[in-house]
Design a protein around this ligand. Structure first.
Ligand code: S3P
Length: 175
């Protein structure tokens, strides 16, 4: 099983990359990595603390280092941070190691998942739904451009989404 390429989940904050990634990794007996958790572990601070202490640009540098470190790995399901597609270096590094699965979600779906969540510094604003719409509008073309496989996550239960992703990856000869 570990000869598999990495399965790399991309998509907006709160679309379910971590939850779905863990389920895929359990089903396929692959290792699970969450880039934000890895960053938090390596730096010894939460993502919010990193943003507060060092700013977004330093967080992005750390994020890029993490992607480069993962570029030679294989056999992992990797849940990425929603901003990973902002930097071509991240995309190039991760693309070397596997396939990109884009979990597509509506702003309303994301808002429902994150309305009571304070762990995303970019969404700690008064009008969270508008901010989600604004950021998603800026990013959606990149998610689409880089995806090898897209699933509209708002339409399925988690279990169905996991099964569809696995079957589609098999269909594409990626598993
Ligand atoms: C970010 C997404 C977050 C985290 C950071 C920035 C973004 O990860 O990396 O708060 O710019 O979209 P999740 O997508 O896992 O929430």
């Amino acid at each position: 099983m570990t000869a598999f390429k990495n399965i790399i989940l991309i998509g907006f904050m709160g679309c379910g990359k971590t939850t779905i990634g863990k389920r895929i990794s359990d089903t396929l007996k692959m290792n699970f990595i969450d880039t934000d958790s890895l960053i938090q572990k390596n730096i010894g601070m939460s993502i919010s603390q990193i943003f507060e202490e060092y700013g977004e640009s330093e967080f992005r540098n750390i994020e890029t280092k993490t992607c480069i470190e993962l570029s030679d790995s294989f056999g992992n399901v990797i849940a990425t941070g929603g901003g990973i597609i902002k930097n071509q270096k991240n995309v190039d590094a991760l693309k070397k190691s596997g396939v990109f699965v884009y979990l597509k979600a509506t702003p309303e779906f994301v808002y429902k998942n994150l309305k009571d969540d304070n762990s995303r510094p970019l969404l700690n604003v008064d009008d969270k739904l508008s901010k989600i719409r604004e950021l998603m509008f800026q990013r959606v073309s990149s998610y689409e451009k880089y995806s090898d496989l897209t699933i509209d996550i708002s339409e399925y239960s988690i279990e169905n989404a996991v099964n569809i992703i696995i079957e589609d990856l098999k269909g594409l000869g990626m598993l």
